[in-house]
Every structure is written in structure tokens, then in C-alpha cells.
Design a protein around this ligand. Structure first.
Ligand SMILES: *[C@@H]1O[C@H](CO)[C@@H](O)[C@H](O)[C@H]1NC(C)=O
Ligand SMILES: *[C@@H]1O[C@H](CO)[C@@H](O)[C@H](O)[C@H]1NC(C)=O
Ligand SMILES: *[C@@H]1O[C@H](CO)[C@@H](O)[C@H](O)[C@H]1NC(C)=O
Ligand SMILES: *[C@@H]1O[C@H](CO)[C@@H](O)[C@H](O)[C@H]1NC(C)=O
Ligand SMILES: *[C@@H]1O[C@H](CO)[C@@H](O)[C@H](O)[C@H]1NC(C)=O
Ligand SMILES: *[C@@H]1O[C@H](CO)[C@@H](O)[C@H](O)[C@H]1NC(C)=O
Ligand SMILES: *[C@@H]1O[C@H](CO)[C@@H](O)[C@H](O)[C@H]1NC(C)=O
Length: 405
């Protein structure tokens, strides 16, 4: 039995829900995002990458696994269509060159593979060629470099060019061109770069430049964008409007924490499989489209898997697994300071992330611990279950139920 550091809520009076309905759709700024189907899922590497991105110290066994296997994506035998990441076509330059980018609300740099990237790692992926763009201008003496906690890196220099996002043109946006990228990053052979959409964070470019989101925001009719990621299917991002046809009921808003750099907000209660018992748990989490998993406080995760037949914490790898024929229970979360009339419900089948080991037919959960970090990560495993709205102007996030496949 897991240590319980949360208490049972007997009666709930608070509510923070049902603030507003949907804004009308008046602009067609929709971009389709496709699941990256050719990428082998390696749950352990995915988990390590996510923790590293957030600067969390890896559990021991997991760190060993990652350092001995720097090539992300080579271990797991089965892909089983795991929704590891979604790639979105974004236009760069004049005429626009279409590059497949990972839209990432958990970072702030817009960087791409380009004709300047070391050819050894370019492979066959889409890349940007500034020489073929009439609007590309180098930013003199600029540089950028990103180091992730697992040692993977990317660095280069910066240009200004027009970026086109679902029909919105952003002139003179800063495009970070990668000169070199470490092997562990480059194994993702389809991804053409990362489009960071964190709200308050600066990019790593020197001299300091505005982020693409800063440039994009004044061009939007409504200062919002929405992610409609799908379970085992392609999804969409929409900029400047919310599409009321894509969700059911109301959007449920929750404010970002003060001075938020990320899309970070408070959660307060949870419940397993719709039981009458709700647990109070004050925590804060970051909506991160660029992370695959849902990572909550370790003791909450342990509590969840305590109720799952055959589930065990694999100490060597620092993660939770269970027999693949086990049906996982739903997980419910309350926004803000109470669950009010609406709670975020993540169906059990969405939490069954991938086959972990074919031999024993073990599966790995999409819900894992955050290894002691002071916040939770709401990655795609969570976001797929909702229509998610990122409100730049209102500094809040909104979630709504939608048809789940
Ligand atoms: C919650 O639901 C009750 C009953 O349906 C309703 O009367 C109340 O207005 C709702 N509250 C909010 C904040 O939506
Ligand atoms: C590279 O991409 C082109 C165009 O998308 C495709 O026709 C070709 O088969 C690819 N080559 C390899 C080795 O994947
Ligand atoms: C760029 O750096 C060089 C050498 O350090 C310097 O001479 C030049 O003035 C710089 N250019 C700009 C535009 O800052
Ligand atoms: C989030 O929770 C923290 C800690 O409980 C609290 O100080 C803060 O005011 C909360 N912020 C919001 C926006 O609810
Ligand atoms: C959670 O936060 C609320 C308000 O900030 C406080 O009243 C409550 O005691 C806290 N609960 C726990 C378990 O920390
Ligand atoms: C953890 O997983 C590895 C790799 O699948 C396996 O060899 C090992 O026996 C597992 N350890 C535990 C304690 O379950
Ligand atoms: C869990 O997912 C794996 C792989 O995606 C699948 O083979 C297995 O049948 C799923 N388990 C259940 C209970 O649906």
C-alpha cells in the first residue's frame, strides 16, 4: 500500500467550472497534426527524455538504461501505434517550405533542421533551405544552444523569415537553424524541428529575440490556440479561434499560476474509476504537448497502481508496468481548487501506453511518476482525452470533453 499523503474529501462545495462557452470560429487557421507512425516507441527512453527535459534526476536504473542506450527508439519490440509524438506541417520562407514540426507547449525555441545542418544527421527529413527563401535574413552574430538533461543537444544560429501557421503569416519571425544536433536527438528521423509554444519563457537565442509565439499572438483574432490531439489517430491544432464543433459541453477554464513561464496551473483533487471517494492533493502541473506521458507525483501514481491487478514498480527502470491484459481504471482530476461540476476524466485505455516487454506480455502505463519534481507533466496521454485551449491573452487553459475514439 502506498503512503498516503493526501486526505479524503467528504463534501465538496467549491466550483470553478462552466465559466464560458466557445468563441465562434471565424478564421480557418487549422493545421492538421499527424502522428509520427514510423517512430519506434521505447517507453523507457520516452520516460527518461520527458524527465530530462524537465531537469528531473532520473531514477537510477532508468539512467543506466538511457546512458547505455543513447539511441532512443531501439529497444521496444512493438510499436503498436503508440502516440509518441505528433508532427505538424509548418511553412517557412517565401515561397513557403513545408517542414514537419513537433508543436511543443513545454519549450520556447523554434528550431529546425536546415540546409546548414551537418549532413551526417540530416537523413531524409524535411528541412528548411534559407537560400531558397526570398525573405530569409541572417541575424548577425546570433547563436543558440539547447541542452537537455539526458545530454542531447542542438545548437546553431538564427535567421528571420516568414513563418506560416495554418494560413497565418508571421513576418520576420526568428527561425533557429540547427548546425548540429546530437545523435540521440537525430534518431527521430521524421521530425524537422520543434515549434516551442511556452507562454512566458524566452528562447535561447543570443542576442535576445522575441519568441515566435510573441510575434504570432498579435496576429490572432482571439489570442488562443487549441490542441485537439487524438488517441491513435491524427489531430489538429487551431490558432486564433476555438471550434465549438470539436467538443461537448463547456470549456472549463483554470488560471495559470502567477508569472507562469509554462502553461502551468493547479490541480487539487483526484479520483479513481469514478468512485465516490475524492482525494485532496494540492499540486501544480504543466500542459506539455511535446511530452508523451502523464507524470504525476510518485505517491499518487503508486496509489493508482496499487489498485491495478498485477501492476508492479520495476525498480531497475523506475517505472510502472502490468500484464497487458489488465484493464486499467479511469483516472479523474479536478481543476483549480475543487472539482466543481466537471472533472477531467482520462479513460483507462488511454493510460495503457505501450507494450514494454513482449516476452512476459508486460505493458507500460502512460501514467508514471514525476521522480520527485515539484510539478506534474500533462503530456499527450492526458491532452488526447480533451479539447485543450491555451489562452494567451487570458493566461489560462481550458479543457472540454470531446468524442473519444
Ligand atoms: C453545477 O450544477 C448544478 C446542477 O446541475 C447547477 O445548478 C449549477 O449552476 C452548476 N454550477 C456551475 C458552476 O456550473
Ligand atoms: C526520401 O524522401 C523522398 C521524398 O519524400 C522519398 O521518395 C524517398 O523514398 C525517401 N528515401 C528514403 C531513403 O527514405
Ligand atoms: C559580429 O562580430 C564581429 C566579430 O566579433 C564584429 O566585428 C561585428 O561588428 C559583429 N557584427 C554585428 C552586427 O554585431
Ligand atoms: C496554485 O497553488 C499555489 C500553492 O497552493 C498557490 O500559492 C497559488 O495561489 C495557486 N495559484 C492559482 C492560480 O490557483
Ligand atoms: C490544499 O490547499 C487548500 C487551499 O490552498 C488548503 O485549504 C488545503 O488544506 C490544502 N490541502 C492539503 C492536503 O494540503
Ligand atoms: C524490469 O524490467 C526488465 C526489462 O524488461 C526486466 O528484465 C527485469 O526483470 C524487471 N525487473 C523487475 C524488478 O521487475
Ligand atoms: C494495452 O496496450 C497494448 C499495446 O498497445 C495492447 O496490446 C493490449 O491489448 C492493451 N491492453 C488492454 C487491456 O487493452
Amino acid at each position: 500500500m502506498a503512503r498516503l499523503s493526501f486526505c479524503v474529501v467528504v463534501a465538496l462545495a467549491t466550483s470553478l467550472c462552466g465559466l464560458a462557452g466557445a468563441a465562434p470560429v471565424d478564421e480557418p487557421y487549422v493545421v492538421k497534426t499527424v502522428r509520427n507512425p514510423n517512430y519506434k516507441v521505447d517507453g523507457r527512453a520516452e520516460y527518461a527524455k520527458a524527465l530530462s527535459k524537465w531537469g528531473v534526476k532520473l531514477p537510477n536504473g532508468l539512467a543506466q538504461h538511457v546512458s547505455s542506450k543513447p539511441q532512443v527508439g531501439t529497444v521496444s519490440a512493438e510499436t503498436q501505434g503508440g502516440d509518441r509524438e505528433y508532427l505538424t506541417p509548418i511553412g517557412i520562407g517565401t515561397p513557403p517550405q513545408t517542414i514537419l514540426l513537433d508543436l511543443d507547449t513545454g519549450s520556447a525555441d523554434f528550431w529546425v533542421y536546415s540546409s546548414e545542418t551537418n549532413p551526417d544527421i540530416l537523413g531524409n527529413r524535411s528541412r528548411w533551405d534559407p537560400k531558397s527563401s526570398t525573405t530569409a535574413q541572417p541575424i548577425p552574430n546570433s547563436s543558440w544552444s539547447i541542452q537537455y538533461g539526458d545530454g542531447s543537444t542542438a545548437r546553431g544560429h538564427a535567421w528571420k523569415d516568414t513563418i506560416s501557421v495554418g494560413g497565418i503569416n508571421i513576418p520576420n519571425a526568428v527561425v533557429e537553424s540547427a548546425l548540429s544536433v546530437s545523435d540521440s536527438m537525430a534518431t527521430d528521423a521524421e521530425m524537422g524541428g520543434i515549434f516551442g509554444l511556452a507562454i512566458g519563457l524566452g528562447s535561447e537565442v543570443y542576442p535576445v529575440q522575441p519568441t515566435v509565439l510573441k510575434k504570432l499572438s498579435p496576429l490572432l483574432k482571439h489570442k488562443v490556440f487549441a490542441a485537439d490531439l487524438q488517441y491513435h489517430a491524427d489531430g489538429t491544432y487551431q490558432f486564433g479561434a476555438v471550434d465549438g464543433n470539436k467538443f461537448k459541453g463547456n470549456l472549463h477554464w483554470t488560471p495559470l499560476i502567477d508569472d507562469a513561464q509554462y502553461w502551468q496551473f493547479n490541480f487539487s483533487v483526484f479520483n479513481i474509476q469514478g468512485s465516490d471517494i475524492w482525494y485532496w492533493y494540492n499540486w501544480s502541473g504543466i500542459a506539455d504537448t511535446g511530452s508523451t506521458l502523464l507524470m504525476l507525483d510518485d505517491d499518487v501514481v503508486a496509489f493508482y497502481y496499487d489498485g491495478v491487478e498485477g501492476a508492479a514498480y520495476n525498480k531497475s527502470y523506475g517505472l510502472w508496468t502490468y500484464p497487458c491484459d489488465t484493464k486499467l481504471p479511469d483516472f479523474h482530476l479536478g481543476l483549480g481548487d475543487g472539482h466543481g461540476n466537471w472533472t477531467a476524466r482520462i479513460p483507462g485505455r488511454y493510460l495503457n501506453y505501450t507494450v514494454y516487454e513482449t516476452e512476459g506480455w508486460e505493458c507500460m502505463g502512460g501514467l508514471q511518476g514525476n521522480a520527485g519534481a515539484s510539478f506534474s507533466i500533462f503530456g499527450d496521454v492526458f491532452l488526447k482525452a480533451f479539447y485543450a485551449v491555451f489562452d494567451i491573452g487570458g493566461k489560462r487553459v481550458g479543457f472540454a470533453d470531446k468524442h473519444l475514439n
